[in-house]
Design a protein around this ligand. Sequence first.
Ligand SMILES: NC(=O)C1=CN([C@@H]2O[C@H](COP(=O)(O)OP(=O)(O)OC[C@H]3O[C@@H](n4cnc5c(N)ncnc54)[C@H](O)[C@@H]3O)[C@@H](O)[C@H]2O)C=CC1
Ligand SMILES: O=C(O)[C@@H]1CCC=N1
Length: 262
Amino acid sequence: MKKLGFIGMGNMASAILLGAVKSGFLKGEETVAYDTNAFKLDKLNKECGMAKAGSVQEVIENSEIILLAIKPKIVEGVLSESREALKGKTLLSIAAGWQYSRLRRLVDSSTHICAIMPNTPAMVGAGMTIIEATNDLTPKELIFTRKLFKSLGEVEELSSDLMGIGGTLSGCGPAWIFMVIEALADGAVYHGLPRDIAYKLASQTVIGSGKMVLDTKQHPGKLKDDVCSPGGITIRGVKALEEGGLRIAMMNAVDAAFKKPD
Ligand SMILES: NC(=O)C1=CN([C@@H]2O[C@H](COP(=O)(O)OP(=O)(O)OC[C@H]3O[C@@H](n4cnc5c(N)ncnc54)[C@H](O)[C@@H]3O)[C@@H](O)[C@H]2O)C=CC1
Ligand SMILES: O=C(O)[C@@H]1CCC=N1
């Protein structure tokens, strides 16, 4: 029996698998996965020793805990087809928009379920994962789940009413921050900085700024003020960002992602 089985081995599942193997929490051989795309299974089998399954059913039968990592719109079909096989089993789902109450309706009462929202920085041990506080996990299963995601970064447990918006911020957020990094780098490349150096400078600046907010617990506005020397150059950039609508653009991004129906 494998410790963790994956249904779907796309971008997010492979980030979780590779992150957990890299951190030493799991060995590739302790995992199994099924994906309709056999190339993805072959690649990860070669990369970390993860076992390949030939069907969803095979993953369910051979795993202590199953992680559902398929697109939200096919969750209903896959869970309905697997209802019998999932009886008495434990299922973690990372599908956006699928929280406990919605999943509960599709599975048997003997199936333990838990909704989780990870993010791709899990791949490098800097993930942010949200676990829905309402779930059916036994204490042992909850400990395993917390440890798995803790091995990939930070973990927060949120009530069902905050799960959706919290998951939107940290689940989608990396894409928006990658855009910020790309744009900052473009600004410097425009003035002649080599591209690779520009990405390094921009990325480390994002990491350092986030770390300052977390470590100092100071308001981000105060930390921003500390960089803006009166009459200096940073405040000129702040004016340019306000003119460009940075704040409202960021707020609208969260709002747009949160509102999308499945
Ligand atoms: N990509 C991200 O940053 C995050 C994704 N998620 C959630 O993770 C889930 C997967 O998203 P991604 O990894 O981005 O998508 P993806 O498209 O990279 O992965 C989905 C995988 O499912 C496979 N698949 C399709 N039908 C299947 C079936 N019947 N049985 C088994 N595998 C099947 C596909 O071949 C693909 O490899 C989604 O529900 C998404 O909401 C959650 C948090 C962050
Ligand atoms: O874009 C998506 O739908 C998924 C959910 C959170 C991050 N990626």
